[in-house]
Design a protein around this ligand. Structure first.
Ligand code: DSN
Length: 407
């Protein structure tokens, strides 16, 4: 019996979600469509408990899942030359960062990280997150033109003397110079932690500098530009391996399932292949094409453009908030999320920006010409005041020519 017969109510929601996704373009930069092999790995692996700290297993029958974890670890290390030790168990990035902090610094220690409105992540010190409650947070900001200011970061590091500096964030059209961050961290006596969750795919292919050998620790999620299923991995230097492993299990989490571990191994295997480079080149070419079309259409972009997989429309000075723009785009089938811009006068629930990324569109096979078409739809909707109803059929027609992999 299939789900449509055993639970028609749940099946109806699933069917609606699939149709909506198939007929829309997901341009949220943290989203991606995993490959059919990754989906198969996670769907087919049996579910059972396999809690372990790498040495001791607390359940029987874990011989094969141990090999799965070893495979994921070997491939994760191969993805990042210069990395030393990896833990592949974390179920998400917020948990992965928590394990790193607990392993490498102490409660109430000071962390210097990118502010949330400037592109940072909630697990880098938001006051309602464990990170903002358990650690003292000092934030660096981006300049008015949306760039990192290494003189400011250096000054803050030398005056505040943090125990850890975090390089990375969730809404960054600019790149991180990990070598410079490493020099600053050394000079002020801090550890350097890299959170490359968003642009990890670009690091793997050399389109963005690697944190290694400059960072003491690194965390990345898997489901974004790496095209895996939801999950994270954490890295540290060999001499802190035991601390990190203990901080992951039993420190902040219990169980990583065999399904999650196998899906990670498969995603890493795919990222090691030459085809992944072609995919990331497409991600970069596509976001550049969208950025050029939006700029030509009269929009302003944070940082003036993009050097990653995402861009942020800056709507300040226009009669439209990020929230309004998000709703209008969604009504036409274009999913891009409202986003704070530097020095945003609006709260995060309203925001003055909209964030776009190209990972999903590229996974569906869209090319720069298609991205330029999306840019023209965005202009018609947000600047020319056209109704979503007239744009929606055009979006659906293009979307149906580009099915979501594995859906
Ligand atoms: N919430 C994710 C994002 O949208 O960037 C990061 O965790």
């Amino acid at each position: 019996m299939t789900l449509d017969h055993t639970d028609p109510e749940a099946f109806a929601l699933l069917a609606r979600e699939r149709q909506f996704r198939a007929d829309s373009f997901d341009l949220v930069p943290s989203d991606n469509h995993p490959s059919p092999s990754v989906l198969e790995a996670e769907r087919m692996y049996p579910l059972f408990y396999s809690e372990n700290d790498g040495r001791n297993f607390y359940y029987p029958g874990c011989g094969i899942v141990k090999s799965v974890e070893e495979l994921a670890k070997a491939r994760a290390l191969a993805l990042f030359p210069g990395s030393e030790h990896v833990n592949v168990k974390p179920t998400d990035g917020t948990r992965g960062n928590e394990a790193v902090y607990r392993a490498l610094i102490k409660r109430d220690d000071k962390i210097l990280s990118l502010g949330l409105a400037d592109g940072g992540h909630l697990s880098h010190g938001l006051k309602w997150n464990y990170s903002g409650q358990d650690y003292k947070i000092v934030s660096y900001e981006v300049t008015a033109s949306g760039q990192l200011d290494y003189d400011q970061i250096h000054h803050l590091a030398m005056t505040e003397r943090p125990k850890m500096i975090i390089a990375g964030g969730s809404s960054c059209p600019f790149q991180f110079d990990f070598e410079k961050f490493g020099q600053i961290a050394k000079e002020c006596g801090a550890l350097l932690h890299a959170d490359i969750s968003h642009f990890v795919g670009l690091v793997v292919t050399g389109h963005h500098p690697s944190p290694f050998p400059h960072a003491d620790s690194m965390m990345t999620t898997i489901q974004k530009t790496l095209r895996g299923q939801k999950g994270a991995i954490t890295f540290c230097r060999t001499d802190r391996a035991r601390d990190l492993d203990r901080a992951v299990f039993p420190g902040v989490m219990a169980h990583a399932t065999g399904a999650q571990l196998l899906a990670k191994a498969v995603a890493f295997g795919e990222a090691l292949k030459p085809e992944f480079r072609t995919y990331i080149q497409g991600v970069v070419d596509n976001i550049q094409a969208l950025a050029a079309e939006l700029l030509a259409g009269g929009f302003s972009l944070v940082s003036g453009g993009t050097k990653t997989h995402l861009l942020i429309l800056d709507l300040r000075g226009r009669p439209l908030t990020g929230k309004d723009a998000e709703a209008k785009l969604e009504a036409a089938g274009i999913l891009a999320n409202k986003q704070l811009v530097p020095k945003d006068p609006n709260p995060p629930t309203v925001a003055s920006g909209v964030r776009f990324g190209s990972p999903c569109a590229t996974a569906r096979g869209l090319k720069p010409d298609d991205m330029r078409q999306i840019g023209r739809w965005v202009k018609r909707l947000l600047l020319d005041g056209e109704s979503p109803e007239t744009v929606r059929p055009e979006v659906v027609a293009l979307a149906r020519r580009h099915p979501i992999p594995g859906l």
